[in-house]
Design a protein around this ligand. Sequence first.
Ligand code: GP9
Ligand code: MN
Length: 646
Amino acid sequence: MYQKIDFDFDKKPKGNLVDYIKILFLPVVLALLFAVQNQIFNIWLGIYSKTYSARLFYVSLALGIVFYGPSLLFKKKIRYWYFTIISFLISVVFIAQFLNYNYSQSFLQFSAIKYLNQAGSVLGTIKTLVNFKLLLFLSNFLLVVALFIISAKRKKKEFILPSWEKVIIILAMFAIVFFGYKYLLFSEKKEWGSTSRLYTDVYDLKALVGKMGIMNFFLEDTFKYALRSSLVTDSDKTFLKNWAGKRTFQSSDQYQKNKFFGLEKGKNIIIIQVESLENAVINQKIGGREITPNLNQLAKDGMYFNNFYAQVGPGNTADTEFSTMNSLYPLPDDVVFIDYAKNQYNALPQLLKSNDYETYSLHGDVPTFWNRSNIYPGLGYQKAFGLKDYKITSPVGKGPSDLGDEDLFSQSLTKLHGFKQPFLATLITMSSHTPFILPDNLQTLPISENTTLDKTQQNYLESVHYTDKAIGEFIDSLKQNGLYDNSLILIWGDHGSFTNIAQAFGKDNILPELNNSMVPLIVLGSKDLKGTIDIPASQLDIYPTIANLLGISPLKTVLGQDLLNTQTPIETHFELVSGGIDAILTPDLAYQAGEDGLFDHGSCKSLPKLKALPISDCKNIYTQQANNIKASNIVVRGNLLNLISK
Ligand code: GP9
Ligand code: MN
């Protein structure tokens, strides 16, 4: 007698081709749909670029697989729930980003999540932006739900992938994902020589989203945000509290006795931040002609700071905007405008807004450049005019946009007329942006063929000469229409030109580290604001100086000093990336770091004679400044302005 043995060990149904197609169908379709959604998202928002189309496709497909691929690991029921949740989240992010961009020309950053409760206030506007296009971003979710319902009705036995096939599919998915991201990195490297524009040297978020897609951008930004929270430790916070506790401020009564307090009270503030304008070109001639005749005249008419410095990190123009508007240091290794856009600030526009000013920014670039559209509201700008608010009558330059400074100034003038006074208007020029190339008809500075200046330096001077003319015309128009008399006007260079123009004119700085950072600051107001001031000063000093002139008592959140009322003027410069101080100037000391950046290996000299002193003579000032920079960095990285404002 023998018993019949059932050898069917595997009770699971065996798969045929149809089963395999069925199980792979949904994740593959959803991943492809995801790649298409990313492309159309960019097309509809006008940020699509043909050059980046392949990068965008592969990298979106890769992310689509990362999102939907793991579904294959689960059994049917969990798989459908997985699809439902993932596709729902994807739809939500797509729709939120789409509406937000239409509303504010900016991309949502994870750091903005705490403002979700304010979404209600813009709901009315958001509603008007809702349209059928959103169905595309819901289509993945709708597809999943539809298939979920259909499959729930069918009680067919489930086909489960055998383990070894799972392994093969997972490996295949890895390969596609790897290829997608590798392709992006490879294309970047080919185009720019490095991949840093994807993470650190990011300028325009529009271009970033153009090549990596909104979801990859959102994830990258979220990861960065999550990692960042560990950057500020408890001991940093203790340091900051101690540092803030030791600061001394003049009493309001004492402060208000200074002769500049409230001198310009109630006046409009017009700021002109000039691209790459170096101090070396002021009062400088070439071929017998002044390079900047208009600025030279304005420097005579008003107060001219000729020992004044910019400090920028990787955010260039945006770092100057940051440090001038907040009187805090930019970061040496991050773009504050991008990575810390949603911090709490107490910026100059905010302060003015709370003093009944209207606050405007006017700049001829797209609003996503340097993430301005995301940070400006938090700085207190009520409205920012950008490229689309200007007409390009004659294209200028090869900089970030074609809008020439003459167009910027003449059309801004009309806008200024419409503002309710008093107002703050920050104008940021662009024509003297690297590579400084102007159309031939705008190159009017006669530079001799025998010049010893190289071509870049010549182009630079031409572009600065053109911008100077545009500024001159603008100031003349302000005088004609009466705005000049009731405005405090400040003009400064945002940073150096990196053309070595100062050295070419024999104007080397006493500290070589500062050669590329000396920019002019001109202040035009009542007749008491007059003269050339040579105290060392920095862009952090602008905010407290304006506050004094407007009659606003000293602020605890500023790190700079009021230049009209300080006994201890100072310029401190730090190196990019390392953040270490490489130069300090006071009226009587010049500190220079050693080549290795170490204090002890540096030099300390007396001013004005540059007599060598023991390095220990610079120790106090160095320690004080190092602490200031450290405190500023902690404030920014930890969003801790409240710890120093009491
Ligand atoms: C364009 C401009 C950029 O928006 O501000 O200048 P950059 O940061 O390159 O000096
Ligand atoms: Mn700039």
